[in-house]
Design a protein around this ligand. Structure first.
Ligand code: TNX
Length: 540
């Protein structure tokens, strides 16, 4: 407890170990980092001790060993050892039994000339600590590298530190999704929100409804340009793809090994055109439909008057939920036009039978039915802030995207909240000087603006603030056709968001962040990541 309560001691720019040739540049900035004198040399005889009979620690040790090999050319052996038996010149990963303020994700790191000790309450804390060690290593391979002497005590500010990825508007293969997860891990992010279904493509195999992917997973052409405009080279080319359940499991396992929770999103009742193309009987009109080829919002949504709709969505979730250990299932809920429901006899009959006021209450009825089902399977739902309209489902968490207001309203109703306001964390917006930017959806979100984001509104009372779990950035991919461009849009803005979500607000320091970003850029380059070089070429 004591070590963390000491708080911030020196501005990061001053945190240069006197005898170290490299500045200490960790992103996100640790809660407490006290540089010392000298360094710990990594040599051919350096070992990583992980304690006996612990496969999880062994795996964490192994990943650290690989990072060290990448940076130094020498690969330390990962060795189990009896506790208490320490050997000079080595790195120790230790679980500490003390129930102190470090929590599940916190860690302490002591770098001395003779040894390195990384300690945490949970393996997750150790893993996060190894990400700090990784950033103390040189970005490019350096023979004879060392770690600067220091003492670190660290833990996150928020429990939900997320990144979203829309794989419907454009599809990205599992290899890339894993790489995206790697970027999250480097930034100590812990939640990956996987937007798996939308109007332009259904991307997850559902065995009971094979047409969801055989028909709903592909569209006849891809349009890139402003809403409705066409870019000829992408026209009339069959476009699509989907993940098999085996592939989903593989990605989830990959994320789990990096202590990242994968939250699946299955959109309802709107953004459902791909599903309705496969099963038009779930719509109000009966179709037929075509998987969306243009961006925007479609009037045809799941029919709330049709019992089949609920049976179908329950079947889908019955297959989806076991694939994801996440307690939270995202059910969408955004941008569901009530055009069809207003004139659909079955929907109107339902409104009457259930004594509902209007179509907004009908959507609320829809979401509450789905919530009951999800809750009965031991999970909870999350939805975009539209689920507030017509009454919030009793246990639902809210993801606030149309500003912070929805999140504030939900917190006041004692519902959990994740903040994703467009103004601060929509990474599909442009980030630099216009002439340097690829075609994008518009908007302008430079790095410094992301860095200035404060997820907890000061208007909330202390009790209400507790419902703000954290925040995440969303990456909608209408204008992002390639994995290279995904990297461009999220890097380096993910670095700024990571610090917003991890580092205590009083320690945020944009000038220091800019300095610490320099080695981070080198790290991106070493990873072959297409980060936005224009990030600091902001519009005048
Ligand atoms: C609104 S944000 C949407 C998405 C679009 C995005 C474009 C949200 C919940 N819905 O369907 O892709 O705008 O920025």
């Amino acid at each position: 407890a004591a070590i963390l309560s000491l708080g911030w001691s020196a501005p990061a720019a001053a945190q240069q170990a006197p005898t170290s040739p490299r500045a200490i540049a960790v992103i996100p900035q640790p809660v407490r980092l006290v540089p010392g004198t000298g360094s710990f040399a990594i040599t051919a005889s350096t070992k990583i001790y992980v304690g006996p009979k612990n496969d999880e620690l062994r795996r964490i040790g192994q990943s650290l060993s690989q990072e060290i090999a990448r940076a130094t050319g020498v690969q330390p052996a990962v060795v189990p050892t009896a506790p208490g038996k320490q050997q000079a010149g080595s790195i120790y990963l230790k679980l500490t039994a003390s129930a102190d303020t470090l929590g599940a994700e916190g860690y302490t790191l002591s770098v001395q000339p003779t040894q390195v000790v990384l300690a945490a309450n949970q393996p997750q804390g150790l893993f996060l600590g190894t990400q700090t060690i990784r950033q103390l290593l040189p970005a490019q391979r350096t023979v004879g590298a060392s770690l600067p002497v220091m003492e670190v005590a660290d833990k996150p500010r928020y429990q939900w530190r997320g990144m979203h990825l829309d794989v419907s508007r454009h599809f990205f293969p599992t290899e890339f999704v894993k790489q995206y997860i790697d970027y999250l891990a480097l930034h100590k992010m812990n939640t990956f929100h996987w937007h798996l279904t939308d109007d332009q493509g259904w991307r997850i195999e559902i065995k009971k409804y094979p047409k969801l992917t055989t028909l709903g997973g592909f569209r006849e052409g891809t349009l890139i340009g402003h809403y409705g405009a066409k870019v000829p080279e992408y026209d009339n080319v069959r476009y699509g793809g989907f993940y098999t359940q085996e592939q989903i499991k593989e990605v989830v396992k990959y994320a789990q090994d990096r202590y990242i929770t994968v939250v699946p999103e299955i959109e309802m009742p709107g953004h459902a055109l791909a599903a309705l193309t496969a099963y038009p009987e779930l719509s109000c009109t009966g179709g037929p439909f075509k998987v969306g080829q243009t961006w925007g919002v479609y009037d045809d949504i799941f029919c709330a008057g049709n019992e089949q709709t609920f049976a179908f969505l329950q079947d889908v979730l019955t297959e989806v939920m076991p694939l994801f250990p996440s307690k939270t299932v995202h059910i969408g809920g955004d941008e569901a036009p009530k055009t069809r429901w207003k004139v659909c006899p079955k929907c109107q009959a339902r409104i009457k039978a259930e004594h509902l006021k209007d179509e907004h209450e009908l959507q609320s009825y829809f979401v509450q039915r789905m919530e009951k089902f999800v809750n009965s399977r031991g999970k909870t739902i999350m939805g975009w802030d539209e689920i507030l309209e017509g009454g919030l489902a009793p246990n639902a968490a809210v993801m606030s995207w149309r500003g912070m207001e929805g999140g504030m309203a939900a917190a006041k109703q004692k519902h959990q909240v994740v903040m994703t306001p467009g103004e601060f964390v929509y990474f599909d917006h442009a980030q630099g000087e216009a002439s340097l930017e690829p075609l994008n959806i518009g908007g302008y979100l430079p790095l410094e603006k992301v860095y200035s984001f404060e997820p907890t509104p000061s208007e909330l009372s202390a009790d209400e603030k507790k419902y703000i779990l954290g925040a995440q950035a969303n990456l909608w991919t209408e204008y992002i056709p390639t994995t290279q461009q995904v990297e461009y849009m999220v890097l380096p803005r993910m670095s700024a968001l990571a610090e917003v979500l991890w580092t205590p607000a009083r320690q945020k320091d944009w000038e220091s962040f800019k300095v610490r970003m320099q080695p981070q850029y080198q790290r991106f380059a070493a990873l072959d990541a297409n980060y936005a070089k224009s990030a600091f070429n902001v519009r005048q």
